[in-house]
Design a protein around this ligand. Structure first.
Ligand code: ADP
Length: 259
């Protein structure tokens, strides 16, 4: 089992724009090429006139397959555009005292409706696991980790989450029984647009931005994120945030007296 720490601040804004433009170019080229091919095919058929019935069926099937590919390429573009938008919101923003255990319990009740062959379990401390965070951003981190745990376990398996608080920190873990991550890629997976070899081998779609965005959010909250993995047996992602324990706290929109 190998641990990795988050690499220091990785890409600057101009770097990211250059990488994003490069990433967008591939699916855009596919979309443009397929649209051109479809137009040419239909024009050819129009010039030629109505074919025999059996040819017509074959032709329609070929056209349908190309349209399907076009649809997939546009979905990839849409996903990429959405993930690029996430890059805007990695600063902590409006923070408040948040019980990480409650945040995750609420999130998991949504996931359980969708998770299918993946039982989702949560082990958590009985007492509140308070952190001072922007709950929307931290929820995004948890979602990224759970989405990955599900996606990279294509044959099923339990996804185990835990939330524990110690004197100094609250630690969240997300463990899956999926394909695992090659040891030499454990650091690179937090780089912008990096996709591991497992994603291509298992044909799992994605943009390589989820963990980068998660790492930026965690850093903005003065926390750490890292991964451990046993290739072929699963992965565990760790997020550690400073524990919040004060008698009085600001709710972000006013001051609230704690009990
Ligand atoms: P994406 O999933 O879109 O490729 P991420 O930034 O979320 O982008 O993840 C980067 C890479 O890290 C993935 O391409 C994959 O190789 C690896 N990875 C992330 N989570 C897991 C996981 N739970 N199990 C195995 N590999 C993972």
């Amino acid at each position: 089992m190998m641990a990795t720490t988050l690499p220091p601040e990785t890409a600057s804004a101009p770097d990211l724009i250059a990488i994003a433009a490069h990433e967008l170019r591939t699916p855009l080229t596919v979309v443009a090429a397929l649209a051109q091919i479809l137009e040419r095919d239909v024009q050819k058929q129009l010039r030629r006139g109505a074919p025999a019935a059996n040819e017509w069926l074959d032709e329609q099937q070929v056209l349908l397959a190309k349209m399907h590919e076009l649809g997939l390429a546009t979905v990839r573009l849409k996903t990429l555009a959405e993930e690029l938008l996430m890059l805007r919101g990695t600063e902590a923003g409006c923070q408040m005292a948040t019980d990480l255990r409650v945040l995750i319990e609420t999130l998991l009740s949504d996931y359980r409706l969708l998770a299918g062959e993946h039982p989702l379990r949560l082990r958590a401390d009985e007492h509140p696991c308070l952190v001072w965070v922007n709950p929307t951003r931290i929820e995004q981190v948890v979602r990224n980790l759970v989405d990955n745990a599900l996606a990279y376990s294509p044959t099923g398996g339990t996804v185990d989450l835990s939330v524990r608080s110690s004197a100094e920190a609250v630690e969240l873990t997300v463990h899956d029984e999926g394909c695992g991550i090659p040891t030499d890629q454990l650091e690179a997976i937090f780089m912008p647009f990096y996709r591991g070899t497992n994603s291509t081998e298992l044909e799992i779609s994605g943009s390589g931005l989820g963990l980068y965005v998660s790492a930026r959010i965690v850093q903005a909250h003065h926390g750490q994120i890292w991964a451990e993995s046993v290739p072929m047996h699963g992965s565990t992602f760790f997020v550690r945030l400073p524990r919040y324990e004060l008698r009085q706290f600001s709710s972000g929109c006013g001051t609230v007296e704690a009990l």
